[in-house]
Design a protein around this ligand. Sequence first.
Ligand code: ZN
Length: 106
Amino acid sequence: MKIHCDCGATLHDADRSRKAHLIPDQSIEDLMDEIDRAIETPGGLLRSKEGACMRIRKRIIEITRSAWQCPNCARLYLDDPKGELRAFDAVEPGGSGGILQGPADR
Ligand SMILES: [Zn+2]
């Protein structure tokens, strides 16, 4: 997937330093409860470690939405709840770049 930003830059889906997954607050408690159940259920995780991992991964994929940031103008692109791509301009052009980077990218 490629996103063509209005500034002329092209964002590539594979560029993980400019991409993140967002979890709405309305969903994160359910995810935490699912992880707790996988770990704390007697025999649950140990009995089916692979099943517990797959169930949690599936749940994470269901509740997360993708976000990208343009490296040139810092514009944010986010998938809305319907999966439509939405653009948000940075208030501080260029000054708020790298907002989606993880600790390894800093
Ligand atoms: Zn841009």
